[in-house]
Design a protein around this ligand. Structure first.
Ligand code: MLT
Length: 276
């Protein structure tokens, strides 16, 4: 199903060259990238996107599938005149970034995979997602996911960055129950996309919080190893003291890894696009 209205996007930073497209985690929206985008060096354009059903992007009646999210991101950016981009995603955003690289390989000039994984869910995780989706739909509230900051943030953040808890909670509270349920079902349906990385031979930055309990270092190493088999130029950055929300907990460290990715992509010969 093709979307008729574009997704909500925000130019988080203006600049030249290939843009960084920043895709958020669940159950959040583009705001989670603001501090990290501000920490980028001047001159790098960063576009934040609210995925379908999150922030200011509505659902358009499509069945829950991250392929649909990828299609919406692609069509929205193409509609803005962006023919190639460096696609960066945190967790859910990483799943969508990999779906984009799968479905639109000519669009993706580099990948930033932050606190995410390329494998599919286990049956147990799928069942949990269905329970949460049902609870959110039945209650018409996002109460079932309000406790997430406790698992998203690290122990160090719990001790030293207490202010992040109410911030994350307020972002979660503002999400629509329908969007939260749709996204849980879409994540449950996603396939293993490790093979996408095994074919992706452009620059990749894998970033993981050292205390990420949802997408731990093993998952980051699995993705980095897969991308290296394709001959990609891959970096793996572990950020100390940080959990599953690395760009929120240590924006500068993630911005440094993304600036390096941007430089590595820009150093390559420019790819032609259908917009040329
Ligand atoms: C996220 O941060 O986007 C979520 O942890 C993704 C997931 O539930 O797998």
């Amino acid at each position: 199903m093709t979307r008729t209205t574009p997704l909500n996007t925000i130019d988080l930073r203006t600049g030249g060259g290939l843009p960084l497209v920043l895709l958020h985690g669940f159950p959040l929206d583009v705001r989670m990238w603001s501090a990290c985008a501000m920490a980028l060096p001047p001159g790098i354009r960063a576009i934040g996107v609210d995925l379908p059903g999150a922030g200011h992007s509505d659902l358009d009646g499509a069945r829950p599938a991250l392929e649909h999210s990828a299609e919406c991101v692609h069509d929205t950016l193409r509609g803005m005149g962006v023919g190639n981009a460096i696609v960066v995603g945190l967790s859910l955003g990483g799943y969508v970034a990999l779906a984009l690289a799968d479905l639109y390989p000519d669009f993706v000039s580099g990948l930033g995979l932050v606190d995410t994984k390329s494998v599919a869910d286990t049956d147990e995780v799928r069942a949990k997602r269905r329970r949460i989706a049902n609870a959110v739909e039945e209650s018409q509230t996002v109460d079932a996911v309000l406790g997430m900051p406790a698992v998203l943030l690290s122990e160090v953040s719990a001790a030293e960055r207490r202010n992040l808890f109410p911030v994350l909670e307020s972002w979660i509270r503002s999400q629509s129950p329908a969007g939260v349920a749709w996204t849980q079902r879409a994540m449950a349906a996603r396939p293993d996309r490790t093979a996408v990385l095994e074919k992706f031979d452009l620059p990749v930055a894998v970033v993981v919080g050292a205390q990420d309990v949802l997408s731990p270092r093993d998952e980051a190493e699995h993705m980095a190893a897969a991308a290296r088999t394709a001959g990609a130029d891959v970096t793996l950055t572990e950020i100390p003291g940080v959990g599953h929300m690395a760009p929120v907990e240590d924006p500068q460290a993630v911005a440094d890894a993304l600036a390096d990715l941007h430089q590595r992509v820009q150093a390559r010969p420019r790819r032609r696009t259908l917009l040329d």
